[in-house]
Design a protein around this ligand. Structure first.
Ligand code: SF4
Length: 253
C-alpha cells in the first residue's frame, strides 16, 4: 500500500500533484493528519485542491486525533506544544514537542492500521533535498518511509517551480497558527492580517502561561506576551535577526 503523508505544504502537495499528473506512481491514498489548528488559508487551499487531486485518482483522507486540545485539564497540566519557558536555561528553554506525535503521527497510523489489510505501507514523505537532515526511518515495522523528492533531487524551490510550470497553486506554509517555531515574519504577517488566526494565537499564548509551574510559558522566544512583542522587521529596525528559527517542518510530514 502506498500512502502520501499530505501536510498541504509545498513539498507534500508537490508529491500528491506529481502522482496525480503521472510524474510519480499512483498511490492508494494521501492522508492529511489535521491538527485542526492550521491557518484559514491552509484549509481554504485544501478545500480548493482536494477535488483536483481526487479527479486525478489521488484519494484524499483527512484524519484527526479526537483530543486536539492544546493542554490537558489535569492538575500539573500537560502541554503538547514546544512552548518557551520563562527561564531560558530551564528545561532547555523550551518544552518537549509532543504535538506532532499526538496530532499527526498517531491519527495517521491509526487510519493506516485500520485500512491496510495486513499490507506493508510505503509512506511517502514530502521532504525536499534542502531538508535531507529530516529523513528518518520509520519506527514501526509495518511502515517503510520513502522520500521521492530526495530521489528526484528536488529542492523546495524546484517544487515551487514544478507547481508553477503545471499551472498549479503554490500552497502557503502549513503549520498550527500558534506554533512556537514561527519566525518573526510569520508572526508579523499573521498580526498584520489581524484575523481569527492571530486572535487564536494570542488566546493560546495567554492560556498556556501558567499551565506548567514553576515556569511561565510563552509562544514567542522573547518570552513576553505575543500581543506585546515588537514584530517589526529587522529592516524596519535596522537590526539583524536573533531568533529566526523556523518550524523545522516535521509537521509537513
Ligand atoms: S506546527 Fe508546530 S504546534 Fe503544530 S503540530 Fe507542528 S510543531 Fe506542533
Amino acid at each position: 500500500m502506498k500512502a502520501i503523508s499530505l501536510g498541504w505544504g509545498v513539498q507534500s502537495f508537490t508529491l500528491a500533484a506529481m502522482s496525480a499528473l503521472g510524474d510519480l506512481e499512483s498511490v492508494d491514498v494521501a492522508i492529511h493528519a489535521d491538527t485542526t489548528h492550521e491557518s484559514k488559508i491552509t484549509y481554504e487551499f485544501a478545500a480548493r485542491w482536494t477535488p483536483w487531486l481526487e479527479e486525478r485518482g489521488v484519494r484524499v483522507v483527512t484524519v484527526a486525533n479526537p483530543t486536539v486540545r492544546i493542554t490537558t485539564d489535569r492538575a500539573g497540566g500537560k502541554i503538547w506544544i514546544p512552548a518557551f519557558t520563562d527561564t531560558p536555561s530551564a528545561a532547555g528553554g523550551m518544552l518537549r514537542r509532543q504535538c506532532t506525535h499526538r496530532w499527526k503521527v498517531q491519527p495517521l497510523r491509526r487510519w493506516l492500521q485500520a485500512n491496510r489489510n495486513g499490507q506493508q505501507v510505503e509512506q511517502w514523505l514530502g521532504i525536499s533535498l534542502d531538508e535531507f537532515q529530516r529523513m528518518k526511518d520509520s519506527d514501526v515495522k509495518y511502515i517503510t518511509n520513502r522520500w521521492p523528492l530526495i530521489e528526484l533531487r528536488m529542492t523546495r524551490w524546484e517544487c515551487v517551480r514544478y507547481l508553477e510550470t503545471h499551472g498549479l497553486e503554490v500552497p502557503p506554509k502549513s503549520a498550527c497558527v500558534f506554533c512556537p517555531y514561527h519566525n518573526r515574519a510569520a508572526w508579523r504577517e499573521m498580526k498584520a492580517d489581524g484575523g481569527a488566526d492571530w486572535q487564536k494565537a494570542v488566546d493560546v499564548d495567554e492560556a498556556i502561561r501558567k499551565v506548567r509551574p514553576p515556569y511561565d510559558l510563552y509562544l514567542h522566544p522573547s518570552r513576553i506576551p505575543l500581543v506585546d512583542v515588537d514584530l517589526r522587521s529587522e529592516a524596519d529596525r535596522g537590526q539583524l535577526s536573533l531568533w529566526d528559527a523556523e518550524c523545522d517542518g516535521v509537521c509537513g510530514v
